[in-house]
Design a protein around this ligand. Sequence first.
Ligand SMILES: C[S@@+](CC[C@H](N)C(=O)[O-])C[C@H]1O[C@@H](n2cnc3c(N)ncnc32)[C@H](O)[C@@H]1O
Length: 196
Amino acid sequence: MSRISKGRRTDGFALIKSLKLPVPLCLLLQRMSQFWYSDETAARLAEEVVREAGEGGRIACVSAPSVYQKLKQGVVGGSDRVSAVVLEYDRRFAAYGEDFVYYDYNQPLSLPAVVAPRSFDVVLADPPYLSEECLSKVAETIKYLSKGKVLLCTGAIMEKLAGELLGVTMCSFLPKHNRNLSNEFRCFVNYPSRLS
Ligand SMILES: C[S@@+](CC[C@H](N)C(=O)[O-])C[C@H]1O[C@@H](n2cnc3c(N)ncnc32)[C@H](O)[C@@H]1O
């Protein structure tokens, strides 16, 4: 399964809307580019951000709800000594209460006061689309939120742009999803990491 481009998505949805047919759930999930990490990958990323945030650290999970969820499951050592928020477009994650921050990458700096500038020790982000426009806007959000450490998860094809925008380099760790993606997917960091 590949991440669909925004253009194809819009065309497909225009067609479905014109037919006035009910939209199947699987298409709704594709529309929001929802590809979830495997349990092992979510746990590994959660361990990484806890270690890097340090005692009392703050973590922002940007469009990466499964890492936030893993932090809250109490299965990652030290997760009770950090705090985390999840910035998400899908309002179903508002079930996480005050840790949920509505986020649309199209308005990268339209954020509430609870997520103040440079207030997060680690910002982990998984932009929904493999496009220059999307990564550039998400990078604006990351830079706004970050005190320094950035963990970006995206397609390997975004390596050059990610380096230019955020100073990140590719890790050797290979993240896995619960469905196969046709695009090679990688993690990128701007600090010495155990994922490297
Ligand atoms: C490729 S998924 C990343 C999820 C991650 N792999 C995980 O398991 O948590 C992209 C995420 O971006 C969110 N998203 C979709 N449209 C968005 C938008 N316009 N702005 C911000 N996030 C969006 C989706 O809801 C989804 O959580």
